[in-house]
Design a protein around this ligand. Sequence first.
Ligand SMILES: Cc1cc2nc3c(=O)[nH]c(=O)nc-3n(C[C@H](O)[C@H](O)[C@H](O)COP(=O)(O)OP(=O)(O)OC[C@H]3O[C@@H](n4cnc5c(N)ncnc54)[C@H](O)[C@@H]3O)c2cc1C
Length: 419
Amino acid sequence: MNLFAEIDSNAEQKMTRAQGLAMLKAFLPLAGGAYARERNFDKGPGEHLSVSRLSPFIRRRLISETEILQAVQARHAFSSSEKFISEIFWRTYFKGWLEMRPSIWSEWLASAPHAFEEERYLKACQGKTDIACFNEWAEELRETGYLHNHARMWFASIWIFTLKLPWQWGAAFFLQWLRDGDPASNTLSWRWVAGLHSRGKHYLARADNIERFTNGRFAPYGALDEGALPIVASDPPPAIEPAWPSLLPKNKYLLLLHAEDCLAENLVLPASPEAIIVLPASLGNIALGKHHWLRDRSIDSLDKEALADASMRAAGHFNCPIHVIEGQTADSVDGSENQGIARELIDFASQYQLGDMMTSYLPVGPTQQNIAQITKLLAAEGVHLHQLVRGYDRVCWPHAKRGFFPFKENIPKWLKNLP
Ligand SMILES: Cc1cc2nc3c(=O)[nH]c(=O)nc-3n(C[C@H](O)[C@H](O)[C@H](O)COP(=O)(O)OP(=O)(O)OC[C@H]3O[C@@H](n4cnc5c(N)ncnc54)[C@H](O)[C@@H]3O)c2cc1C
């Protein structure tokens, strides 16, 4: 029986929880031995059936890590599903690692705009290099918003070590187009390939490896620098001890939804909210320099779709009124949108006569930066925005102070009692 035959290769087009759950269900039979055997093969656009393609759903928490891990455990023994489980925890590890070293993100953000005027950058992004596989991956990324993990590794390696382009620019190209674009997984994976994460250990793409794991679609012999040395830079800063808020007010409050967490109905809240306010999807975008946005507007639209789905579920679950704040569609990059959003929130606070708002925790990234500005504007008017850290993140993230291997040792313990 062909296990892959039942899977729809275009299933991820709809950005809803129902779609994510359907994809998880279809993928579950493969999450054991089949994934361990086949996950490294990049079979080409439309053929990525031996991996889950769940990342855009996990990224927006349309489905949670906890429910994926529970579903996998209910179906497979740990011994056969360990590979898939540890990939889910790679994401968790990167989130926690960046959370405790936010300056890595802000330094990257400051360096990224330099790419845009550079001819070398534009040629690489347009797939106009002499390396056929690289050109095809660039096109696949722009057209589908997805690249297989192995292709991401090869692409990043060729970008850095053969084309000798700054890793920061490559990370910008990925975040512009990836449907699962994530500040932690993306920035830290690029650093990992460059040899900046596991210091001195870089990832070199090799022609024979590409030939084998693309089933011979590509064989770039002689085209790659297979002997390059890792990038040298100063050590990353030490981890900042997390100081995540643990006490939530018992007062009545308004619940704010953002696209970093589209699963409000399973938040552990002190009481039901008086109303729900849906924040604009554009909060996940941020200006890069004076003329560019971090991500393509099509990715904002995915967040918008995810938020529409999240708000319907939340309104049904909490049985309360729901209000939507529309984002600007203008191309201005001056940050004025946050002031407008803060004003609307203050109006809602006075309409409901409440001084407290609650939202799920904002990890490092554009939404966090935008909401930090909004939070200040609210505080100036006596409105307090509280952030609620999910149990899973609170338990796992603080263990991401060093490498993945010490982090991974905790997995069996976490799986026994998943938060
Ligand atoms: C240079 C580079 C950039 C990347 N940028 C991103 C990004 O912006 N967003 C993102 O979600 N992932 C990123 N990844 C990690 C990984 O490539 C994707 O998560 C994965 O390809 C998504 O496809 P999938 O859902 O089919 O994965 P599966 O193989 O089915 O894995 C299941 C889930 O585990 C997580 N996961 C799997 N591999 C990794 C990994 N290496 N690191 C972190 N989490 C992982 C994802 O949430 C994924 O959905 C990047 C990897 C590289 C090498």
